[in-house]
Design a binder for this molecule. Structure first.
Ligand SMILES: [Zn+2]
Length: 77
């Protein structure tokens, strides 16, 4: 499989990504993705996208946790 952006080689990896759903950000760990070795573009299968959506609907289990992240306003100069 080749990257649709740069035509680089893609290989399967487990990645951590952020998703936004219904007013909340989620940090999702160990998500299977095809990752471009050249530009870093990630591609998710339709099944994985559906599974991610389902996961965000479920209540947290005991091994999952909340984290606090800083929100910073960027200003140049
Ligand atoms: Zn690429």
């Amino acid at each position: 499989m080749k990257c649709y952006l740069c035509n680089g080689e893609m290989k399967e990896e487990l990645v951590t990504i952020t998703r936004y759903r219904k007013g909340s950000y989620y940090l999702l760990e160990d998500v299977p993705a095809m990752v471009c070795e050249q530009c870093g573009e990630k591609w998710f299968s339709m099944k994985t996208v559906v599974n991610m959506d389902e996961l965000m609907e479920k209540p947290l289990d005991s091994e999952e946790r909340f984290i606090t992240v800083p929100v910073r306003k960027f200003s140049s100069g």
